[in-house]
Design a protein around this ligand. Sequence first.
Ligand code: PGA
Length: 251
Amino acid sequence: MTPNIKPLIAGNWKMNGLSAQLEEIIAIAQGMSASSAYEALICTPATLMERAAVEAGESGLKIGGQDCHQNASGAHTGDVSAPMIADVGASFVIVGHSERRTDHGENDADVSAKSMAAYEAGLCAIICVGETREEREAGKAMEIVSTQLAGSIPDDATPQNTVIAYEPVWAIGTGLVPSNEDIEAMHAHIRAVVEKRFGGEGALMRILYGGSLKPSNAAEILSINNVDGGLIGGASLKASDFLAICGAVPA
Ligand code: PGA
């Protein structure tokens, strides 16, 4: 954790969830405590976003998208724009997830443009970075993440409109997690990079850890210095798991 930063526990449902899955949103919303010391968010597929926002209601649970186009509207078949996400009551959007970078060839410049689109629509962008296994084994993890941060985060970033998510690609969906020391070292590195670039604002940006975060390791990981919450895939699909992770946020 970082003093003076409210942690964010963010779920990423990826390409999962039909209407029946809204039951989990309802259960998570019911499990929110009004005065919680953290913020909770579920990033649903586009098809569920509006209904999820309605079900979340005034519970405090936030709803977000998983990607947005860099343009506000236009001839881009199949894409969803940031104003569309805001329009249905969502307040966050994930950009630059490694699955987007791999499946859709998105690069740092694309991620920066999408982040700008998010800002213009009044959304908070969750900008994802992280190295592959080969890059870590080659001792290049910090260099890779530095390059991604420099290229993916726009100059207009503030602690209000930007959250950084460090997700080692090799830890996503694999059950593998870096050591606490490696997580701490990378988060300290990211903090130093954003403080150098954004000064005091960088000191207040949330830096999430993502990659095989689950109820059994959440308390340990969420208590590491400069880990200001988590981005959770698999373990966000069930309300009981997600709420258990929320419950592990250090007081
Ligand atoms: P995971 O996914 O928790 O299933 O590893 C994390 C993510 O990709 O955001």
